[in-house]
Design a protein around this ligand. Structure first.
Ligand code: ASP
Length: 460
């Protein structure tokens, strides 16, 4: 009996009993807030007794307040088995070897049937059980480094990842895949692009916007594309491999220093900013869009620079920002500040004295633009010139998050601000580019039917 009402108690339990419905049944609910149809999910004992939880056809879970419920009707029953069967990954002679590092995020998630919540879970056997196509591509080995949602990734995790990847490269791996939450994947991608220099093999970050228990999940396709890229592609760089257009047609490979998550829920959320993506990938192969990239090599040499100063901040300027924001960072021992300024790279006049005080104390301050596309130009207006005199260094067209990870990485290696400046302004892998091509602007990169034309030219 308990199983039929798993996790429900008090008022929530009473209402299920009064309408004679069990967990995992398909129900229609009438409430004072409107009608809902979905599967009644179990709850965990620690949850409140004020809501019942439904999984809607869209895949989202909703909690419905008990006191709003007028009627519940059961019209089917569907016990879900979200446990993915584990199978041993087969070894096939002659296939490339790929290492998959798990860090967490939605791609490593499945539904927790106790609570109806999506939780991080990862095991190599589960992965193969869920996506058997991976065995046609490579010999896969896996390692769970972390199991966190990506807002919890940071300097320590970047360093651990860089070192682990360096070791795999030295041992002879043909390619690396990193499963990662999408929210901060672009931060990690740029940090790794700085920490792992001139790798001989592809290093491919992948995630998913929708967990694998949802019909529209992008998890399996993204994983297949990423694994194929790691195993077979010629691009030996840190990349992000994610859903291309709004359909299942292809994935895009984005350079780790020029990529950004641009939509909170679309599967086609990652876009190359200020440039075009490196390549298109589908189950059959690759179509290169750019030809200046680091080629795959047979040697095992790679430079791992796992440094990161934690006392670096990224400040998003807003009108009426007060100087105490900058003062507070300096007083708290911050050694570097990246500002995402307005337009060509501006902040208001009241902030100037704080910037002067900060640079006089040896804090490294760099300017980026919150427009994301285009270059910082601090010579155009007097305001920009004043700011540069106060010691702010413009960072060309480096993305704000990339400037943040690069400054953390640079200050992690040296106290010499001249050396930091040299590191910041010397492009490592297109973190700064000479110019931005016209088709590097957002609207030309697919994801919407009316702008698919650009991609179609390259992908027939
Ligand atoms: N919150 C999740 C994360 O970034 C979302 C995802 O994986 O897509 O870890």
């Amino acid at each position: 009996m308990a199983e039929a009402f798993k996790g429900y108690q008090g008022r929530a339990l009473a209402i299920l009993k009064s309408f004679n419905v069990r967990v995992w049944s398909e129900v229609k609910i009438e409430s004072s807030r409107g009608g809902f149809s979905g599967i009644l999910l179990p709850r965990s004992e620690s949850d409140d007794d004020k809501h019942i939880v439904l999984k809607l056809a869209s895949g989202y879970n909703v909690g419905i307040a008990v006191e709003t419920i007028q009627n519940i009707e059961e019209h089917g029953y569907k016990e879900a088995h979200y446990k993915i069967p584990e199978k041993e990954f087969p070894f096939t002679e002659g296939r490339p070897s790929v290492k998959l590092f798990g860090t967490g995020g939605t791609i490593a998630s499945r539904l927790d049937y106790r609570t109806g919540a999506v939780i991080p879970a990862f095991s190599p056997g589960e992965l193969y059980g869920a996506v058997p196509e991976l065995a046609d591509i490579c010999n896969l080995s896996t390692e769970k480094l972390f199991a966190v949602f990506s807002e919890n990734m940071g300097p320590e995790q970047y360093k651990t990842l860089a070192i682990a990847i360096g070791e795999e490269i030295k041992k002879g791996i043909d390619g690396v895949v990193i499963g990662h939450g999408t929210d901060t994947m672009h931060h990690t991608a740029s940090a790794l692009a700085f920490m792992i220099q001139n790798p001989p093999v592809p290093i491919v970050m992948v995630g998913s916007q929708r967990s694998s228990d949802r019909p529209s999940s992008d998890a399996a396709l993204n994983l297949i594309h990423a694994t194929k890229t790691a195993a077979e592609s010629d691009i030996a760089e840190v990349m992000v491999c994610m859903y291309g257009p709004t359909s299942d047609k292809y994935g895009l490979l984005h350079r780790g220093t020029r990529v950004r998550k641009m939509h909170s829920s679309y599967r086609s959320t990652f876009r190359t900013v200020g440039d075009i993506p490196l390549a298109v990938v589908d189950k059959k192969g690759f179509k290169m869009l750019k030809d200046d990239y680091n080629r795959r090599r047979q040697d095992r040499s790679v430079k791992i620079l796992p440094y990161f100063e934690e006392k670096v901040a990224l400040v998003y300027y807003y009108p009426n920002m007060q100087p105490d924001i900058i003062d507070a960072l300096v007083d708290n021992g911050y050694r570097g500040i990246v500002i995402a300024g307005t337009g060509l790279g501006h902040v208001n006049k009241p902030v100037y004295p704080a910037i002067e005080r900060a640079t006089a104390k040896g804090v490294a301050i760099y300017m980026t633009v919150q427009t994301l596309w285009g270059f910082v130009h601090m010579f155009v207006y007097d305001t920009g010139r004043d700011l540069m005199q106060k010691g702010i260094v413009p960072t060309e067209n480096m993305l704000p998050e990339v400037a943040y990870t690069k400054l953390g990485w640079a200050l992690g290696q040296t106290d010499d601000l001249e050396k930091v400046r040299e590191l910041m302004l010397t492009p490592i892998r297109d973190d700064i580019t000479e110019r931005e091509p016209y088709n590097g602007y957002l609207v030309f990169q697919g994801g919407l039917d009316e702008v698919e034309e650009f991609i179609k030219k390259h992908h027939k």
